[in-house]
Ligand binder design. Sequence first.
Ligand SMILES: [Zn+2]
Length: 356
Amino acid sequence: MRALRFHGVKDLRVEDVPAPGEAGPDDVVLQTAWCGICGTDLHEYMAGPIFIPTTTDPFTGARAPQILGHEFSGKVLAVGRNVTSVKPGDRVAIQPLVAPPDVFYARRGMGQLSARLGMVGLNWPWGGFGEQAIVREANVAKLPDEVSDEQGAMIEPAAVVVHAVDKGKVQAGSTVLITGAGPIGALAALAASAAGATRIIVSETNPLRREKIRELGVVDDVVDPQAAGTQRRIAGQTEAGQGVDVAIECVGHAAALGSCIENVRKRGTIVQVGLSVGPGMVDISMLVTKDITLEGSWCYPLTLWPRTISLVASGKMPVERILSDRVGLDEAVGGGFDVLTRPGADKLKILVSASA
Ligand SMILES: [Zn+2]
């Protein structure tokens, strides 16, 4: 079968690799449908290997060259004898995290925090940019007819922001600031809207992305954080000019976190979703004197798939609005990775099909 594999920095190759063999007792063999290119994949492409194992991963057995792709949908081809939740022919979305069952966090239902966490498409022998893949039964969730294969490939990043909105305690009538109008910021706006937020303001430095984010249809205002008077403009849209109830930081930069500290009201909540590439400085005193709650938000609980799928199926979270392009495996690098890493890119989500 054909697959896109990571060999090193700026070295992704479409290659022939052996197809999966028989399903083990707890395994599901899939034909992949669509797989999104994620910021994590771009980091591996530009500066990897970061999460990709260069020696054999003792838990998953994976090692570079690694098949990438962890945001995907597919169709079940075969199941092992212990598998009961899906059968051949079922359409599924893949929950890519695999936690060893024997560690502190996994025993407490928080396997996503395990230090030995495995992730399909990063440190697992299979990934979504291959024609077929093997995952465990716990990694597949059946898709209802209302959810397309394209939407199914966006359940994973959608779950990231549903968790962030949960951690921010966004509720009916909340005012929410989102910093960063990339794919995660755009999905966060959709999730905040689905959770009942009535005023959603997005802050973004890239003018092309500021234009794009308006097309989502759920954003009330889009601001340039570097423009004069931005803080006043945001405060003016909140109750008694006190600032937003919740800020969701999707950039991964200290300046963006700093703007969340400035724009959230006293006793408000900031959820940090974006991963930072380096340390930075924020106004700690303002964080303290405004009595702000600061939450980190990592991945999602492994049980979040049914809720996220129902948000998409009901139409309350139209994830397809962030879709910019669909390409085949041969165009994945030139029409996907290279497009998304170009400075000032205005594309949001690009989906790749290894099977098309
Ligand atoms: Zn991702």
